[in-house]
Design a protein around this ligand. Structure first.
Ligand code: VGL
Ligand code: ZN
Length: 201
């Protein structure tokens, strides 16, 4: 069994004081650093948007942040501007151990968002991560990071669909929790057979 740790979007804009701050987002850094040595590979994703990205509320007339709109590929939440390419907010948290093998950027095409590390939000445009993991012979993935109910959950559900043995370690994740999105994400992950690790083990 070859296992990878996939660290999702531990970036300044998702930490307290950031543009799309996840409550206690910075609390994931220490547990994630402590986990790294137990894995054969450590991968990180980096949310990485052009300044005019279509997921930003600022790009839509008569729209407010956190509104839900219909895009050609399906429903999309409109976010505050965050993780703009090369901005300070797009940088990894300075205490995150960057010993990782691979950094995968996502969401860099203006017309389409990408929550998942595997597929963009049309659910069919591949990022290439599946091919990378296959070539490295990785069968088991553990996901940690930000945010539990968006990028972590979408990545976990795609990984399960692709046939990996998937664990989400909730002790090293934090959620945005928009209108019940955390409960919905947990229930979808349970149905998909994702192992959820919490403080009780
Ligand atoms: C994320 C919203 C927008 C995440 C990224 O990392 O969960 N959420 N972009
Ligand atoms: Zn984003």
């Amino acid at each position: 069994m070859t296992k990878a740790l996939i660290v999702i979007d531990v970036q300044m804009d998702f930490c307290p004081g950031g543009a799309l701050a996840v409550p206690d987002g910075d609390q994931v850094v220490a547990p994630i650093n402590a986990m790294m040595a137990q894995y054969d590979a450590v991968l990180m994703t980096q949310d990485w948007h052009p300044g005019d990205h279509s997921s930003f509320a600022s790009q839509h007339r008569d729209a407010a942040e956190y509104d839900m709109i219909e895009m050609p590929y399906g429903p999309q939440v409109l976010w505050p501007e965050h993780c703009v390419i090369d901005s300070a907010g797009a940088q990894f948290h300075p205490d995150l151990d960057l010993r990782g093998d691979l950094i995968l950027r996502k969401g860099y095409r203006r017309e389409i968002d990408s929550y998942s590390a595997f597929f963009e939000n049309d659910q069919s445009t591949a990022t290439g991560l599946h091919g990378y993991l296959q070539e490295r012979g990785i069968s088991d993935v553990t996901l940690v990071g930000l945010a539990t109910d968006f990028c972590v959950a979408f990545s976990a559900l795609d990984a399960a669909r692709l046939g990996y043995d998937v664990t989400v370690d909730l002790t090293a994740c934090r959620a945005i929790d928009l209108d019940g999105s955390l409960a919905a994400a947990i229930s979808k992950m349970q149905t998909a057979g994702v192992h959820l690790r919490d403080a009780l083990g």
